[in-house]
Design a protein around this ligand. Structure first.
Ligand code: CTP
Ligand code: MG
Length: 243
């Protein structure tokens, strides 16, 4: 089928920086596991055909429980992840159903992805093969040495990169294969792999609310996003409205 898009949700990490006993993708936000929010966003997107969740090998059963409790309308497979994010992403891409033409690769740690971001990224990815959602850098950023400022880049040229990142599947698969051949195994996002392999990446509009849960204080922000008017709550479904 042409234009078939698979959403790959990466949940193979252990959330070291967040701390605690539960990896952040399973922590509860308003009573629901963090990953449930992004699973639902992709399940309800008309642009996505099916889902692949890349899960830490030690948590497959737990993930199966989360997925079966959601009553999804689309096929959702769960595959074991790798030791690094790059490794997990590569596994997810290789395990996509036959016929997948585009992939959206998303961090389970970003629960507030919404339809608008999915649409922006996929449209841009279909134009040149690879796209990332970005937002402006509003703080002044410095490059620091030990106790001194080394450089002050012009913040108007800086962007903050989010997920989901969108790709033509054959293009991102090739970029991963090339990186591995060259011994590069620690890229922290997928667009970096495309850039490393000499390809181009389009910019799409992300959202300030599409935060990544990395450390404890991010849970406070997540709580206020959830309780804000950007969330409409119905008994079974919580839908993120456009910001
Ligand atoms: N991830 C993954 N496989 C890994 C490492 C990370 O699928 N081996 C996923 C995480 O589950 C997360 C996303 O990649 O959804 C972004 O990674 P990050 O925020 O770094 O999460 P963790 O690696 O879990 O956290 P930390 O680096 O603090 O341990
Ligand atoms: Mg990590």
């Amino acid at each position: 089928m042409s234009d078939r898009t698979t959403a790959i949700i990466l949940a193979g990490g252990t959330g070291e920086r967040m701390g605690g006993d539960t990896p952040k993708q399973f922590m509860l936000l308003s009573g629901e596991p963090v990953i449930s929010y992004s699973i639902r966003a992709f399940d309800s997107s008309p642009l996505v055909a099916d889902l692949t969740i890349v899960c830490h090998p030690g948590h497959i059963e737990k993930m199966e429980g989360v997925v079966s409790g959601l009553g999804l309308s689309k096929r959702c497979r769960i595959v074991p992840g790798g030791k690094t994010r790059q490794g997990s992403s590569f596994k997810g891409i290789k395990e996509c159903p036959k016929g997948t033409e585009y992939v959206l690769i998303h961090d389970a740690a970003r629960p507030f992805v919404n339809e608008k971001i999915i649409e922006n990224v996929l449209r841009a990815a279909k134009e040149i093969g690879a796209a990332m959602p970005v937002i402006d850098m509003e703080d002044t950023v410095i490059k620091a040495g030990t106790g001194e400022v080394k450089e002050m880049p012009d913040r108007r040229q800086l962007k903050r990169v989010q997920t989901p990142q969108g790709f033509r599947k054959d293009l991102i698969l090739r970029a991963h294969e090339q990186a591995i051949t060259k011994g590069k195994r620690s890229f922290t996002d997928d667009c970096s792999l495309v850039i490393y392999s000499g390809g181009k990446v389009a910019l799409a509009e992300g959202s300030e609310l599409n935060i990544k849960l990395t450390k404890g204080s991010d849970l406070i922000l997540a709580g206020s996003i959830l309780s804000s008017s950007h969330f409409r709550t119905t008994p079974k479904l919580r839908v993120l409205k456009r910001p």
